[in-house]
Design a protein around this ligand. Structure first.
Ligand code: SF4
Length: 286
């Protein structure tokens, strides 16, 4: 079995940075450490941090002792929550990825300069909520331009666009003309806030997908960038499985398969990919 592994797999820059920052905080631990939600969307890493004593909560109101540390996750957090934690005197450790910060900064800039803001991304995703909060919750989040009623907003003449960092480059080609046409705007300003890691991963997954019998896309079921990789491979016509670890592999998946491609979401630790390769070799031997 020929196994092709994407050279753009494993932790991305932003995830590695966040993970290392949290490990540093744990080393110097003097106070309780809280995090709202998950540092990254990977159940193995989340479990590891839980076991190391990071207290995972859903809301600031769950914190009883504010003489403690709050970690801002890699995909950011709504600004008002960070301000509230600050005002309560908590120590803030901000692991927000610089690419996410860039999207937040452009969203704010567009609002400050009088543009009607469109954030292209998944409604309800923490990163998108954070970007929206940076704009003071002005503008709109556009997650499905096929079903969107543009008529409500068509009066805006100056439109500014930013993207969730993990959006699919391929889709953008169809969204931008749609916005331009439906808004009849005089000016359309677009900031490409898709991060390099995401674009490289997507391109590589597509290339590998065209060379193999099946693709394995590895990552959390709640990881937006992993889901997008899966969609890209599937759309390219290759049989694709979204798996979280080697445990999800079954022998029957590889009947008559001579080549397998592996791509992975940005929050997938290297050891999970190594486990998968080992298991594939075991299946081949059998
Ligand atoms: S995928 Fe990109 S934006 Fe997201 S954490 Fe990684 S480097 Fe940052």
């Amino acid at each position: 079995m020929n196994i092709i592994v994407s050279s753009h797999g494993g932790f991305c820059y932003g995830v590695r940075r966040a993970y290392n920052m949290v490990k540093d905080v744990l080393k110097k631990k003097k106070k309780e450490i809280y995090i709202i939600g998950e540092l990254i969307h990977n159940s193995f890493v989340v479990k590891e941090l839980d076991e190391l004593g990071i207290i995972r909560i859903n809301d600031l109101d769950e914190i009883k002792n504010f003489n403690s540390v709050l970690i801002i996750r890699s995909h950011g957090m709504p600004f008002e929550l960070i301000e509230k934690a600050n005002s309560k005197g908590m120590d803030i450790v901000d692991t927000t990825c610089p690419f996410v910060k860039k999207a937040q900064a452009y969203a704010k800039k567009l609002i400050d300069e009088g543009y009607f803001l469109i954030i292209i991304g998944d409604k309800g995703h923490e990163e998108v909520e954070g970007i929206h909060s940076a704009s003071g919750y002005k503008g709109i989040i556009l997650d499905n331009h096929f079903e969107f009623d543009f008529s409500v907003f068509h009066k805006h003449k100056k439109i500014g666009v930013v993207f969730q960092t993990t959006q699919n480059l391929r889709d953008i080609g169809s969204i931008i003309p749609e916005i331009f046409k439906n808004f009849e705007c005089e000016e359309l300003r677009v900031f490409n806030t898709i991060c390099d890691t995401t674009s490289n991963r997507q391109e590589d997954a597509k290339t590998i997908g065209s060379q193999v019998d099946i693709m394995l896309v590895v990552g959390g079921k709640n990881s937006a960038n992993t889901i997008r990789l899966y969609d890209i491979c599937k759309a390219a016509g290759v049989k694709t499985y979204h798996i979280q670890s080697a445990e999800d592999l079954e022998k029957k998946m590889f009947k008559n398969v001579t080549s397998v491609g592996i791509s992975a979401g940005a929050s997938t630790p290297d050891f999970i990919i190594a486990d998968i390769i080992n298991k594939l070799k075991g299946i081949e031997k059998e």
